[in-house]
Write a protein that binds this ligand. Structure first.
Ligand SMILES: Cc1ncc(COP(=O)(O)O)c(C=O)c1O
Length: 485
């Protein structure tokens, strides 16, 4: 089924489309078409949605119908819209574009692109020996059918052991192995969030979590984080849970993506108690829990405060080890895991045995691998921060004490415009609005520090040049963007 964007919704998404930078010289219809392409470009307007009828959008935008007709024609010509008489118009992509690792649609000739859209490290040196050792182990499994809906026992035991060592006693029965953290989230949502149910998320938050929630047709409410301050505002967060009584709240307490904030122990305890009193389940995404930098002491796991099986933890190998492994997990009560396993049979049955064996070998060397990752990330973060302070001193940020991302406040609402301009100088960015639901966050930009320091420094120097040009350029901004989402 195709979803429909109403005129008022598209108008809200478009915001001040008529007053954006570079607007002076372009006619209204071209500016409108450019703004729609911009929304597609930064992921705020999905592909395959039906746009409002021309008259409806004209009314919502308070422009003439001719303007909208011409804008839609322009979008059809550039390949961003497909129309069928009597049925409507759908957002599409021009031919010759593909999905890149960042989840953005990009042109094919992007081999030299510095990709700051993706917050993940290359594989560690230990990956290959672990894969070889896993292949040696495989014969132990070949006599069986190979379907293990909750995961192979040795991996579940290794994951449970990690939780126990963090102070949260856990047995293998409480673990389900998934194909990555994103898969874990999707399965949990399938089980717990009926269509139309309310879900509270942080703003900004991890964009693919928003995508998973949209797919389940959740009603998303947000708790705004203070980017440069403490992150969560305890009173506002707890009030939001009490007042809206969401079915579920999705939180990233450890080095939140994208802000890098770490939730203090006291707030963890209060959130769990408030969620229980409000009938809200908590999904805690612990993707970055291993990546404390500078010896930052870690608060206890959120689930330590859970006495009513309200907290479901999700996590995975992608951030400390390698995203290409596609190994994640759910930690919950044993009955919840059983229900998830029953549901999973209708989705993907089970995770690959060989990949799970690789994960077992990597976890066995966790101490060495994670320590090296922390050192690498701290050095890259520091190089990035120094380059930003030097080249773009008017941008502000709080140095993250862990995780893989730095969230910078820019010197104006230029994030999407900057992302479009940056593509032209070979830097891919995920602009601020990708991390929110309401088209805000234009003053923010996420910087992952997962690339080598030299590339980060080079990217910042290119961005500084582009930032300078944004103010001075006389050419129209409404040209076809290089990123499509
Ligand atoms: C907060 C968060 N959750 C989940 C994921 C997805 O992880 P995985 O690769 O394990 O599916 C990411 C990846 O960036 C993330 O940042």
């Amino acid at each position: 089924m195709t979803s429909l964007v109403r005129g008022s919704q598209l108008a809200r998404l478009l915001g001040h489309w008529h007053a954006l930078p570079g607007r002076r010289r372009s006619p209204d219809y071209a500016a409108l078409a450019g703004a729609v392409r911009g929304l597609l470009a930064d992921g705020r307007l999905p592909l395959g949605v039906r746009l409002p009828a021309e008259r409806e959008l004209a009314e919502a935008l308070k422009v003439s119908r001719t303007t909208v007709t011409a804008a839609y024609r322009g979008l059809r010509e550039s390949g961003h819209l497909t129309s069928r008489r009597g049925a409507g118009s759908w957002t599409t992509l021009p031919r010759g574009h593909r999905v890149a690792s960042s989840g953005l649609w990009t042109p094919l000739d992007d081999m030299d692109m510095i990709d700051l859209g993706c917050a993940a490290l290359a594989a560690p040196a230990e990956l290959l020996p672990s894969a070889r050792a896993a292949a040696e182990d495989l014969p132990r499994y070949l006599d069986g059918a190979g379907y293990h809906p909750t995961g192979i026992v040795e991996l579940r035991e290794a994951i449970a052991q990690e939780y126990t060592e963090r102070g949260l006693t856990t047995s293998a029965e409480q673990i389900m192995v998934t194909n990555g953290t994103q898969h874990a989230l999707d399965l949990v949502l399938r089980l717990t969030v009926p269509a139309g149910a309310g879900v509270l998320v942080e703003s900004p938050t991890y964009p693919n979590a928003l995508a998973a929630l949209s797919a389940r047709r959740a009603r998303i409410a947000t708790h705004g984080l203070d980017a440069l301050g403490a992150g969560w505002d305890a009173d506002l967060l707890l009030d939001a849970i009490r007042q809206t009584r969401p079915r579920l709240a999705y939180l990233i307490p450890e080095f939140q993506n994208p802000t890098g904030h770490l939730m203090p122990a006291e707030l963890r305890e209060r959130v769990v108690a408030t969620a229980h009193a409000s009938g809200t389940d908590l999904v805690v995404d612990e993707s970055f829990v291993d990546l404390a930098l500078d010896g930052t002491p870690m608060p206890p796991p959120t689930a330590v405060f859970d006495r009513h099986s309200r907290v479901v933890c999700i996590g995975g190998m992608s951030k400390p080890y390698w995203g290409g492994l596609r190994v994640g997990w759910v930690r919950a009560s044993a009955p919840f895991v059983q229900r998830l396993a029953a549901l999973r049979v209708g989705v993907d049955m089970a995770s690959p045995v060989l990949d799970q064996l690789v994960a077992v070998h990597l976890l066995a060397r966790a101490d060495v691998i994670v320590r090296a990752r922390q050192a690498q990330l701290a050095a890259q973060r520091d190089a990035l921060a120094a380059a930003l302070r030097e080249a773009l001193p008017e941008w502000r940020f709080t140095l993250p004490r862990g995780g893989v991302t730095l969230w910078a406040e820019l010197d104006g609402p230029i994030s999407s415009a900057l992302a479009r301009a940056a593509e032209e100088v070979g830097v891919r960015l995920a602009p601020g609005p990708r991390f929110g639901v309401d088209g805000t966050l234009e003053r923010f930009l996420r910087f992952p520090f997962t690339l080598p320091a030299a590339e980060l420094v080079e990217a910042v120097s290119r961005l500084a040049a582009v930032r300078y040009d944004l103010d001075r350029t006389s050419r129209p901004q409404w040209k076809e963007p290089a990123v499509f989402a």
